[in-house]
Design a protein around this ligand. Structure first.
Ligand code: MG
Ligand code: MG
Length: 598
């Protein structure tokens, strides 16, 4: 199906918006009136620019407060409309959006609304324009799609149809099944947006919190299925008002937008993409750092052994159980220093996983390798983290470890079994995009979003996981654009005995993150513990949480650069990540940073 995007969904000047939409592969655009008014280009120049970029102008929007008004007022509205239709002819736009009136002058009279919209459509037809009438969720007298359709049906004018907008329909809780009663050819336009489920004024909700389909809580795919059953064959167009997108760069937003439509079209059976190849585990986590020594000390204290080194690059492999950490001190190190830069995902079909990622517009990374190296398929996640699709110890597939030569030191049997989860701080404007990326590209499941209080702001956190928890990635974002670098990334290591692991870490010279005594006093009030249990946690800096299934015990190392480690013991099917303890952990990390200046 053809895809389109409203210019209001992207930041920048009109030309920047058009460029970004075209580069992301959209077929057309809705031109938002204010974008045109603010542009130095004439309508003819905008039309030519769109044509050069291969974009059609699918809609001009919006025209407001037209219908069901006293005759004198309507005469003024028609004069206003004539100007717009003339402009649309110059622009090459053949459909105009008319929103249901919010004017105090409008009366509750469907017959009058139908009659005036019909006259408006008469005028539009002289200019080769079609009128698409849309019910705003906060319209004065018309606020539901079925009401707007009844008026359009009453008017019975060939140049008058309806525009359906998923936000207006789903935010009001209307049953979208009734859409199937509208003939497809009378649906002149379809606007799609999702939104998080919030209890707030619908106008504010719409203006600030819309997001791309698949990023919020609406069943946009379900609504779209009803629309497609009518035979609608116009574009799928994104109309998203969002405070974050307004500030973010247009190009990545446009790519995010297109990806959301690809995933949506796949969901309704209108796009055939390579099948998702769900990863089965974490093969490795790769840290880049200018200085390997602090990590050598930390990983050693955690019980890891440097088992191998890369044949051609300054990369060391540290292992314990199924946890594998690469420490890379090579030129690939980014300017901003120490960080978790890459994740190796255990994939049953690495090439297939890469094909899926590419089809969903993930940048495919060049293979940084010497000729004899194992070819690894890799793509970039929205935050720049490199995702390698690879295989560990499976005879039918090339093993990434073939590029490494053993140091002759086998891993010691320590307390760490593997990687429990990885936590990645997202740049401010990539949070919703990241969740959709991991779901769409990797076939992971997105868990509910939780807010976490930090002493200096509020974080939002959302996990993406496989069904069995073999891959768990916790995505976190700060509440403000300036937060990007403050919050660290972490690697959580799974152990069956966190007390023993924490003791071993201490005995080996590791320094755990100190946890305030007040935290343990509060734990004593919230939970019952066996004799001495709480004292052990207090002594070792172990935090405690419980859900309806089980218990979570965890502790943290100090931070190096942006990276720290967590030891976690998950018992009885506990599903979370200790979010209840995150404020205490964040405060402790701030305190350490203040002390060390690090
Ligand atoms: Mg709309
Ligand atoms: Mg964690």
């Amino acid at each position: 199906m053809r895809t389109s995007i409203a210019t209001v969904s992207l930041s920048g000047s009109l030309t920047e918006k058009l460029d970004a939409a075209a580069r992301a592969g959209f077929d057309g655009v809705e031109i938002f009136e204010n974008d045109l008014l603010a542009s130095p280009l004439t309508p003819e120049e905008i039309r030519a620019r769109c044509a050069d970029l291969g974009l059609t102008v699918d809609l001009y929007q919006p025209m407001r407060d037209m219908e069901a008004v006293p005759e004198a007022e309507f005469a003024r509205n028609l004069r206003r409309a004539r100007h717009k239709f003339e402009l649309m002819r110059r622009l090459g736009a053949d459909t105009v959006l008319v929103c249901s009136s919010v004017s105090p002058q409008a009366v509750d009279d469907d017959a009058l609304a139908a009659e005036q919209l019909s006259r408006l459509a008469d005028l539009a037809r002289e200019f080769g324009v079609r009128v698409a009438y849309e019910a705003l969720a906060w319209g004065r007298h018309v606020s539901t799609y079925d009401h707007a359709w009844r008026i359009v049906e009453t008017a019975g004018h060939p140049a008058l149809g309806t525009c359906l907008d998923s936000f207006h329909i789903l935010s009001r809780g209307s049953d979208p099944k009734g859409i199937e009663d509208i003939p497809g050819e009378k649906i002149f336009f379809l606007q799609l947006a999702d939104a998080p489920l919030l209890a707030m004024d619908v106008l504010q909700w719409s203006r600030h919190y819309r997001c791309f389909p698949g990023q919020g809580g609406f069943d946009v795919a379900g609504m779209l299925r009803h629309v497609l059953r009518t035979g609608y064959d116009g574009p799928l167009s994104l109309e998203v008002f969002n405070d974050v997108f307004r500030q973010a760069e247009a190009s990545p937003t446009a790519v995010d937008a297109r990806r959301s439509l690809l995933v949506l079209q796949e969901a309704v059976g209108r796009a055939v993409l390579p099948e998702p190849v769900v990863p089965t585990g974490v093969a490795f986590a790769e840290l880049v750092t200018p200085d390997a020594e602090p990590f050598a000390a930390l990983l050693g204290a955690l019980g890891f052994t440097r088992t191998a080194r890369h044949r051609g690059k300054p990369v060391a492999l540290w292992e314990q159980g199924d946890a594998r950490i690469l420490v890379n001190t090579g030129p690939a190190v980014r300017r901003d220093g120490t960080q978790l830069a890459a994740i190796g995902l255990e994939s049953p079909d690495p090439a297939g996983a890469a094909r899926r990622a590419e089809a969903l517009l993930a940048p495919v990374l060049p293979r940084r390798r010497a000729p004899e190296d194992v070819p690894l398929d890799a793509v970039a996640a929205p935050d720049g983290t490199e995702l390698f699709f690879c295989a560990t110890g499976r005879p039918e597939l090339p093993d990434w470890r073939a590029d490494f030569e053993d140091t002759g030191r086998p891993p010691a049997a320590g307390g760490v079994r593997g990687i429990d989860h990885l936590a990645l701080t997202q740049p401010w404007h990539h949070f919703d995009e990241a969740a959709l990326f991991y779901r769409g590209v990797l076939g992971l499941t997105t868990r509910e979003s939780v807010d976490v209080a930090d002493p200096y702001g509020l974080l939002r956190s959302r996990a993406v996981t496989t069904a069995d928890g073999g891959v768990r990635i916790a995505l976190t974002v700060g509440a403000a654009p300036t937060d990007d670098t403050v919050h660290a990334q972490h690697i959580a290591l799974a152990t069956d005995d966190v007390v023993a692991a924490a003791r071993r870490f201490r005995a080996a010279g590791g320094s755990p993150l100190p946890v305030p005594a007040n935290y343990y006093d509060d734990l004593a009030a919230r939970f019952e513990f066996a004799d001495g249990e709480l004292e052990t946690y207090r002594e070792l800096g172990i935090l405690y949480d419980r859900d309806d299934r089980g218990v979570f015990r965890h502790c943290y190392t100090r931070t190096i650069g942006r990276v720290f480690f967590e030891l976690v013991q998950r018992d009885g099917g506990y599903r979370g990540y200790g979010a209840a303890n995150a404020p205490v952990r964040l405060a402790a990390q701030h305190a350490v940073r203040a002390l060390t200046g690090g």
